[in-house]
Design a protein around this ligand. Structure first.
Ligand code: SF4
Length: 264
């Protein structure tokens, strides 16, 4: 088994400065060389993640790709997942699913569509269905590729191309597209023939679970179609930044405790 590769803040800060003006492919090449099997592309199969996957696959076809089937994805996304797997057949695909006991307890306590009732319950749902499976996967990695871009949302404006992920054990988070615009992502996708979720052609600009995503209206922000009914809430699920809204952790803990008692 490959040894763990660990950096401290100072080291990764220096590398981030070196890589800041480099092309995404150079950042990906550095990460693949540095982390070997201990890095994966973690993606919800959105445009940015597909571009990163495509670049990584060209350098290393057996790259590990981690994605989460939350159980509530749009039908088009399930079909697209199969298309992506066919397009990148040598990649090691890991399709994660939430713990069925945790989902069962959550739905029993709050209903299937709890996310519409209150922001804290939406965050509970994201935590159980999406964040927890991902956190379990990250525990086995030393680094992960994301498709984050600085211009996507205020919480992402300061990301660097490589940074320590203190929310997930201090592993390294690699954001090769940090300084790319949306146009650059789509130019790459079209020029390189990268497959993309067909919902983009129906006015969607950011794609998550089916009940929580809709196409945007002209003039709206690209993430406006995510959890569109919420006011002054973070348009994040909690995997990329700690949620400071508060109020959901207590209920999430209660659900996990109750789920522990269920034997499948
Ligand atoms: S996006 Fe919606 S359905 Fe999906 S995990 Fe979050 S709250 Fe639940």
């Amino acid at each position: 088994m490959q040894q763990r590769i660990v950096f401290d803040d100072l080291e990764i800060g220096e590398i981030a400065v070196e890589l800041d003006d480099k092309e995404p492919q150079d950042v990906i090449a550095w990460a693949l060389e540095t982390f070997g099997d201990r890095i994966a592309v973690v993606t919800a199969l959105q445009a940015e993640g597909m571009a990163v996957l495509d670049m990584a696959y060209r350098l290393r076809p057996d790259i590990t790709v981690v994605t989460v089937d939350t159980g509530r994805l749009p039908a088009a996304t399930y079909a697209f997942l199969e298309e992506a797997r066919r397009h990148y057949p040598e990649a090691r695909w890991q399709v994660l699913t939430p713990d069925p006991r945790e989902v069962e307890v959550m739905v029993r306590r709050h209903g299937e569509d709890l996310f519409y009732k209150a922001v804290p319950l939406r965050l509970v749902c994201c935590h159980i269905r999406k964040v927890r499976p991902l956190v379990r996967a990250l525990e086995n990695l030393d680094a992960w590729f994301t498709g984050l871009r600085r211009e996507q949302w205020a919480s992402r404006a300061a990301i660097r191309k490589v940074e320590l992920d203190h929310d997930h054990g201090g592993i390294v988070k690699v954001n090769p597209l940090a300084d790319w615009t949306k146009e650059e992502v789509w130019d790459y996708i079209r020029q390189q023939g990268v497959p993309y979720n067909p919902l983009y052609d129906q006015g969607y600009t950011s794609i998550g679970c089916d009940p929580c995503t809709r196409p945007i209206q002209p003039g709206e922000d690209d993430r406006a179609g995510r959890w569109w009914w919420e006011v002054n809430a973070p348009k994040e699920c909690g995997i990329h930044c700690p949620i400071e809204t508060g109020g959901f952790e207590h209920e999430a803990e209660a659900i996990l405790k109750e789920a522990e008692g269920i034997h499948l």
